[in-house]
Design a protein around this ligand. Structure first.
Ligand code: MF3
Ligand code: CO
Ligand code: CO
Length: 268
């Protein structure tokens, strides 16, 4: 794909009414991530957490968009410790010190609300806490670059420089994405890059920013289940995801936590 024209032409510019649809879908995903917070503790299975997310979305008129998506059969992705993303919920029991990403996408009235946060079971290591803090801050620095006239390269560069300043690494094999009536749409939103590179941001663009940050090297591999991505060196990995819409003056974050539960540690 060519860098500017070819891809930017295919990025949809949405209307004010479309913003309203995304606001509702994003708020539902965020409320689901709020709801799950108090359930994350040692002794619970990831399958139980997935069921709670499923029921929360369905009870509010949404469909978990991951259900049946390219053969995926769960309502969330739950990625523990060295799992980078797309961990499949199941019988795994959370242990004291585990850090985990929970990623949900609610399909509500035709609009997709996609967001993820980190959680902890019990007490995480100092290193794990730093990794989560740096990952969250890198996402917010990327979002700070999201305004008309800037480019996708500006976003990636802001994320990458902050992460590497802390001697962590940005995963290259997964990226953010356009979103809206479709779950995954153009463009690919890279979490690394150079200032001024890539398509220009314009009002009405909807996309996610969802950096995956590793404590060790950035290489990943996919396990035999065809989904679970892990760090090749088995180092810890963290991720946060927000969904935003570009406005005339900056951006609107559709997936802010209604309860203010942005990142660990969450109040007991
Ligand atoms: N929610 C993920 C994202 O941020 C996609 C998960 S697709 C699944 O793009 F099939 F793995 F669930
Ligand atoms: Co996403
Ligand atoms: Co997601």
């Amino acid at each position: 794909m060519d860098k500017q024209g070819g891809e930017s032409r295919r990025i949809i510019l949405h209307t004010p009414e479309d913003f309203e649809g995304m606001r509702r879908a994003g708020a539902l995903a965020a409320a689901c991530l709020d709801m799950i917070t108090e359930h994350v503790r040692p002794g619970v299975t990831t399958g139980h957490l997935d069921q709670l997310c499923h029921d929360f979305m369905v009870e509010r008129g949404a469909v978990p968009a991951t259900l049946g998506y390219r053969g995926y059969t769960k309502s969330s992705c739950i990625s523990i410790n060295h799992v980078v993303c797309h961990g499949i919920p199941g019988e795994r029991v959370l242990l004291d010190g585990d850090i985990l990403n929970i990623d949900v996408t609610a399909l509500l009235d035709g609009w997709h609300g996609d967001s993820s946060r980190m959680y902890v079971a019990g007490t995480p290591s100092t290193k794990a806490r730093l990794l989560m803090d740096v990952t969250y801050e890198s996402l917010m620095r990327g979002i700070a670059m999201a305004k008309p006239g800037n480019t996708f390269g500006d976003i990636g560069h802001a994320i990458q420089t902050y992460v590497e300043k802390h001697r962590f690494t940005v995963v290259r094999d997964f990226c953010g994405h356009g979103i809206g009536r479709k779950f995954h749409a153009p463009p690919n939103v890279l979490h690394f890059g150079r200032p001024g590179e890539g398509a220009k941001l314009a009002p009405g663009m909807f996309f996610t920013i969802e950096p995956m940050v590793n404590a060790g090297r950035y290489e990943v591999k996919i396990l035999d289940d065809g989904w679970t991505a892990v760090t090749r060196d088995r180092s810890l990995s963290a991720q946060f995801e927000h969904m935003i819409g570009i406005t005339e003056t900056g951006c609107e974050i559709f997936t802010l936590s209604p309860a203010g539960l942005h990142k660990p540690p969450y109040a007991a």
